[in-house]
Design a protein around this ligand. Structure first.
Ligand SMILES: CC(C)(COP(=O)(O)OP(=O)(O)OC[C@H]1O[C@@H](n2cnc3c(N)ncnc32)[C@H](O)[C@@H]1OP(=O)(O)O)[C@@H](O)C(=O)NCCC(=O)NCCS
Length: 224
């Protein structure tokens, strides 16, 4: 199956109530603020969620709707959930990644690159588990921030590590030791070079942006 995600974006995005959209030559990203009911999505796509609570069903429907927006006639019948939870298209080179919270959903898709995306609500509870996913270098630069900034940037670190985990796709990632994040310098958006040492040490370009009280992070790059 061939797909030119960039041209789909040009055709579709201007008329849509998306919260954010980014188009590059070889991948696309859409962020959607979920204000609709489940019926809205049921009427537009053939996918049906088998989640066991109404809010999760709504989030799953909304995230799959983004796939249809990026790739009209998205082949939902070819969707396959792997044992680790990653959803892929059978027999297709298209890679995509989805993320959802109660308020937002976002998706990234590419026919050429491997992709990962995460959207995370900033929440003080992140400080209760920070030592589980941060290394000493990261804890050190975060400890210099006031408490509100520490919550904000610790949540950003969590989101970045989730994005890398989803981009990698096959697990076996030690969040504290395989992924190292430099201080982004209190910015609300930008690009960060993140050290990833699951195989040999490489620098991963991560895009990040504050959207209200949520962090959006994503990556589109071939696997090493
Ligand atoms: C699977 C995981 C990445 C989901 O993240 P989340 O923030 O809870 O949820 P999101 O909304 O961002 O993403 C959910 C989507 O990710 C995708 N996904 C699930 N497992 C995945 C995996 N192993 N790889 C890639 N994508 C995955 C699915 O499409 C899922 O959506 P769906 O349930 O509607 O199909 C997360 O729960 C997880 O397991 N992270 C790793 C935790 C870890 O190893 N921590 C160690 C340090 S504490």
């Amino acid at each position: 199956m061939g797909v030119n995600t960039a041209s789909y974006f040009i055709n579709y995005l201007y008329a849509m109530p998306v919260a954010e959209k980014y188009t590059q030559a070889d991948f696309g990203v859409v962020v959607w603020k979920i204000t609709e009911t489940e019926d809205f999505f049921n009427e537009r796509i053939s996918y049906r969620s088998n989640a066991n609570n109404a809010n999760k069903i709504l989030q799953q429907m909304a995230s799959r709707y983004l796939l249809e927006l990026m790739h009209p006639s998205f082949p939902f019948s070819q969707l396959h959930k792997m044992d680790n939870g990653k959803v892929v298209l059978r027999d297709s080179s298209i890679d995509f990644s989805i993320t959802h919270t109660a308020e937002f959903t976002a998706a990234i898709m590419s026919a050429e690159l491997k992709v990962g995306i995460d959207i995370e609500k900033i929440d003080k509870r992140v400080l209760k588990v920070d030592r589980k996913f941060l290394n000493q270098f990261e804890l050190d630069w975060l400890s210099k921030l006031d408490v509100d900034s520490r919550i904000k940037y610790t949540t950003l670190c969590w989101s970045i590590k989730e994005t890398v985990f989803k981009w990698w796709g096959t697990g076996g990632i030690d969040f504290a030791n395989h992924i190292e994040i430099q201080d982004p310098g209190m910015l609300n958006q930008g690009s960060l070079s993140v050290n990833f040492s699951k195989t040999s040490l490489i620098a991963l370009p991560i895009q990040y942006k504050l959207i209200g009280d949520h962090w959006l992070t994503y990556i589109a790059i071939k696997h090493p």
